[in-house]
Design a binder for this molecule. Structure first.
Ligand SMILES: Cc1cc2nc3c(=O)[nH]c(=O)nc-3n(C[C@H](O)[C@H](O)[C@H](O)COP(=O)(O)O)c2cc1C
Ligand code: SF4
Length: 547
């Protein structure tokens, strides 16, 4: 069983407690009882309260057997997924998902047999019509505005089979790197100026150097494939179409920092990505690309997420892997010093990792010549179904949002766009007069704009901002990890205000005060940054919210 699924194993040979709980609950035919908690606590040698705490935290540990996941991410919400959920619920067991990562084809449903139903197909399912009678689902579009593709070079088609990936260049940087030293990789990466693509934009070379110089064994490299930002789907596409690009990035990292254990954390909402990544690992290991003394003795495995958005935050993710509630931890210490099981750990976003091989191939100077003075290289941007030409577009840093939106053909349905959301729930809401901003970490930060993971959601004229505000707060209260009071209770209270009392203008002030408390008193970026786009909604479109 273990060898088939290659679940993550701890250093003492035990399967992670979280996965043991998951398997136990999945094997049960009846509802959870007190005796189950006792049995699990004994099996895991943990206090009953810990087991109870873990079970109550994760969406996937609730009784969702046989239910379909209906995406309620921002893009799907704007496409009417709320109504879709209500309709589907009348005839089937449904579960809310934030998000399934097909924002270019909203709304989307993942049924109980893990079949994806897009747009009209999903609507037909709700109306109990024949699926065959509906139109072909729209296809993914992957395009490049940069001088040459770096991130998306194998993302447009299925390159998950090893032979095809190798014919398209996968692992050539890896074998070349093995002829040099770990220091070669570290110094090239530092000179390239590459920054992590997971949202915070931290310099990758600096992160790897810090881990390489830290004390402790074993060392871990973790690919963060938990992409939960509604509006972003590049990580899903990379994991499905270019899994070898991610493995290659992990191997290069492991060699540079001296890691012997690799792990890819993938959200359970992405079953196809889990399957493709798992197969790619098996193929690469069998071909001797890693895993032996002759090549490089590292073990790589998959850890499936359990339905928590905040587990994309690196310290919450480490907790999840260790079998705890996915709550954010206070930093320092940073994972590079004390990460998984207290050992030096690099956590990198999957897009960051795909970038590494092209940087080594091109050389630091050529890479740094791309982009702006402060942000080097290229960025994959995601465009949701609200644009006329949705999909993934790789751009050179410095390209303006206006140019990108023009490439996307403006709004899908012809009416003018009155705003866009950039960078997911912790991002920014931007009016057309702000779209001349270049895509660049520094310039954007100077203007108070968050690039996040680079997802863009179109807001056409007539958008219901009251509904959007309520949706934002529901997401926040549902997904808050609960560790700190301002975020946990603030989001609940603010959601309640918007849902029930928003028509009374005095609640605007109360809402703004709550946002202030969350921004100032929250522990992590989730509570600190999520209020900002909501403030912008109120500032720009308040007259349509408070009536
Ligand atoms: C609430 C929250 C959610 C996050 N979700 C993700 C995620 O889904 N994927 C990701 O790569 N980083 C996510 N991050 C950022 C990670 O904590 C971390 O900075 C990142 O994985 C580091 O990789 P990078 O240096 O390659 O960007 C999240 C951060 C926060 C605060
Ligand atoms: S801000 Fe929210 S998500 Fe972040 S630690 Fe606090 S409760 Fe958790």
């Amino acid at each position: 069983m273990k060898t088939l699924r290659r679940y993550w194993e701890t250093h003492n040979g035990e399967t992670s407690p979280l996965l043991q709980i998951h398997d136990y609950l999945r094997s049960k035919k009846t509802a959870l009882e007190t005796s189950d908690i006792k049995a699990l606590a004994e099996q895991l040698k943990l206090p009953e309260a810990t087991v109870r705490g873990v079970i109550s935290y994760y969406a996937d540990l609730q009784d969702n057997r046989g239910s379909m996941r209906v995406c309620q991410g921002t893009s799907c919400m704007l496409a009417g997924a709320g109504k879709l959920y209500d309709n589907l619920q009348k005839s089937s067991k449904c579960q809310v998902a934030y998000c399934l990562g097909y924002c270019d084809r909203s709304p989307v449903v993942l049924d109980s047999q893990e079949r994806l139903l897009f747009n009209k197909q999903a609507q037909a399912l709700a109306e109990e019509q024949q699926l065959e009678a509906t139109a072909e689902p729209p296809q993914l579009s992957v395009r490049c505005l940069a001088p040459e593709p770096m991130v998306i070079r194998r993302a447009g088609n299925d390159y998950s089979q090893l032979e095809k990936a190798r014919a398209a260049g996968a692992y050539s940087a890896w074998f070349k790197a093995l002829e040099g030293s770990p220091e070669d990789i570290l110094s090239t990466l530092e000179c390239s100026g590459e920054r992590g693509r997971g949202g915070a934009g931290f310099p990758t070379g600096q992160k790897w150097r810090s881990c390489a110089e830290a004390r402790g064994e074993p060392r871990y490299v973790i690919a963060n494939g938990d992409e939960g930002d509604p509006g972003s789907f590049i990580d899903r596409v990379l994991m499905e179409n270019d899994p070898h690009g991610i493995i290659e990035g992990m191997l290069l990292c492991a060699y540079a920092v001296g890691a012997s254990q690799g792990l890819i954390f993938i959200r359970s909402e992405y079953p196809q990505a889990i399957m493709r990544m798992r197969e790619a690992i098996t193929q690469a290991r069998a071909a001797g690309i890693f895993g032996s003394e002759d090549t490089f003795p590292i073990e790589i495995s998959i850890f499936p997420g359990m339905g928590s958005y905040v587990c994309g935050e690196e310290t919450a993710m480490l907790n999840a892997i260790e079998g705890l509630r996915g709550e954010v931890q206070i930093r320092p210490p940073y994972p590079t010093q004390e990460g998984l099981y207290g050992q030096p750990t690099v956590v990198n976003n999957v897009e960051t990792l795909v970038n590494i091989a092209p940087i080594l191939e091109k050389g630091a100077e050529a890479y740094a010549a791309l982009g702006t003075e402060y942000s080097f290289g290229t960025k994959a941007m995601c465009l949701n179904h609200g644009f006329a030409r949705p999909g993934i577009v790789e751009v050179e840093f410095g390209t303006t949002l206006k140019e990108l939106i023009a490439e996307a053909g403006g709004s899908a349905h012809g009416q003018p766009l009155e705003a866009v959301i950039l960078g997911g729930p912790m991002g920014s809401l931007l009016l057309p007069e702000q779209w001349d901003v270049p895509i660049c970490y520094r310039t954007m930060a100077e203007r108070g704009i968050h690039l996040g993971h680079g997802g863009l959601v179109a807001l056409p004229e007539g958008t219901d901002y009251r509904a959007l505000l309520e949706h934002w707060l529901k997401f926040m209260k549902d997904e808050s990890c609960g560790k700190c009071v301002p975020c946990r209770l603030g989001s609940e209270k603010a959601w309640h205000l918007v849902r029930h009392q928003i028509h009374q203008p005095e609640y605007r002030t109360q809402l703004e005060q709550l946002f202030g408390v969350m921004e100032q008193g929250s522990l992590c970026a989730f509570g600190q940054y999520m209020p900002e786009p909501m403030r912008q909604m109120i500032e720009y479109f308040g007259n349509r919210i408070f009536q």
